[in-house]
Design a protein around this ligand. Structure first.
Ligand code: FES
Ligand SMILES: [Fe+2]
Length: 405
């Protein structure tokens, strides 16, 4: 069986914050306490199914807020690319000749064909499958097929539509609104430096698999909740961790620790010797749609769960992106890693999302007006409050939400 949330390496300020959280987790472990918020919080059931609400969430959250769409490991070298769909937008992420990550709408400027089919690859140029217009990894239109026939055209006006993007901590964020003025660094609220402690920029992309699920918020709620672990996951891994989470937040992004006496072993040691792999254990959620958790099968790994709303309010899908600290280099390690991935697909599909799909049907009936998030579920409370806040914020005020000082 894979060890779950186990140990996960190095820095300054962010490391100090990790140590501080570990000390708090230790204190809670010793005292038999946990982090609690002041009140039980109610979420109206229609927030999970009402079509108008769903349309606003896609348009005002997924199309306006930076999304973690890719990892450095997926496009490490100049010319590497990743093409994918995110919240209905076809996106092409490239690494240009200078080594910078670029993001574009995956749409030819001639008549709008999708330029590159979904997946990762490497290309020195992108030739449109419709009439063979050709673009560089930097998004420039470099050649028009049969240009004498087509007519005179200023190619510099017909490059790909560029999207704001940022590569940090071995992770790549893209904003789907080409006109966004929201600074992705502001949005990250310093959280990226903690994520940087993993050292993902040198990790290996081993595998990606997809799981279909219920409404994206029902699915996401489960990633912010340890309360259910020993119950819903009792047959798989849930008894290893306990049902209590401590929530630590940076802007809308939340790290889940837990009351944990196992830190006593390190208490007498200089902080520099506290193992980084253990300091970054737990769950790291990145608003609005990412969860990162650590595993050990086949070698140290993380599963990056990347959620997207489906075509209807009742559906979502999740890309489980597996990064490994080192590429498994023996058959035995590869097999162990594959078993880990299959196990996690099983847990999420058959336990979490199966529960969420049945739960969704109950909400849709309208027999109850709301669902509850307890004082022990502060992460979920914060998530829903941020969702509401962003829905209420006009475009012009959006950058201010994340600016500090
Ligand atoms: S649509 Fe791309 S070349 Fe015509
Ligand atoms: Fe779960």
């Amino acid at each position: 069986m894979p060890a779950v949330f186990e140990h996960l390496e190095e820095g300054g300020m962010s490391r100090a914050q990790l140590i501080e959280m570990a000390r708090k987790d230790l204190e809670h472990g010793r005292n038999g306490t946990m982090d609690k918020v002041d009140e039980i919080f109610k979420v109206p059931v229609e927030n999970y199914y009402e079509p108008g609400r769903f349309e606003r969430e896609v348009r005002l959250i997924f199309r306006r807020i930076p999304l973690l769409l890719a990892t450095t490991a997926e496009l490490r070298n100049p010319g590497d690319y990743k093409a994918m769909e995110a919240a209905g937008v076809q996106v092409l992420i490239t690494r240009d000749r200078e080594g910078s990550v670029r993001a574009f709408v995956n749409m030819c400027s001639h008549r709008g064909a999708r330029l590159v089919g979904e997946g990762c690859g490497s290309a020195h140029k992108f030739t449109c499958p419709y009439h063979a217009w050709t673009f560089s990894p930097g998004g420039d239109l470099v050649a028009v097929y049969s240009q004498d026939d087509f007519g005179a055209l200023d190619k510099s006006e017909y490059g790909l539509i560029s999207l704001p993007c940022l590569e940090k901590a071995g992770l790549i964020w893209v904003t789907l609104d080409p006109d966004s003025t929201l600074d992705i660094n502001d949005f990250l609220s310093g959280y990226d430096s903690l994520l940087g402690e993993f050292g993902f920029d040198t990790w290996h992309h081993q595998h990606t698999q997809r799981v279909d699920g219920p409404n994206w918020k029902i699915a996401y709620d489960g990633y912010l909740d340890y309360y259910h672990l020993p119950i819903l996951h009792r047959e798989t891994f849930g008894t290893e961790i306990g049902n209590k989470a401590n929530y630590y937040s940076w802007g809308p992004h939340t790290h889940l620790g837990r009351p944990d006496t196992s830190w006593e072993e390190y208490e007498g040691l200089p902080e520099a010797e506290w193992p980084t792999e253990k300091l970054v254990a737990g769950v790291w959620t990145i608003f609005p749609h990412i969860s990162i958790a650590s595993f050990a099968g086949g070698g140290r790994s993380v599963m990056i769960s990347q959620l997207f709303p489906g075509d209807t309010p009742e559906t979502s899908y999740t890309n489980q992106i597996f990064l490994m600290e080192k590429e498994p280099d023996t058959e035995a390690l590869r097999k162990e890693a594959d078993e880990q991935f299959a196990f996690l697909k099983y847990v999420v599909a058959e336990e979490d999302y199966a529960t969420g799909i049945a739960l969704q049907k109950n909400l849709d009936v309208g027999a109850r007006s709301h669902v509850l998030f307890g004082q022990n579920e502060g992460g979920g409370q914060l998530f829903h409050k941020w969702v509401d806040t962003i829905l209420e914020t006009p475009d012009t005020d959006l950058p201010k939400l994340f600016q500090t000082g």
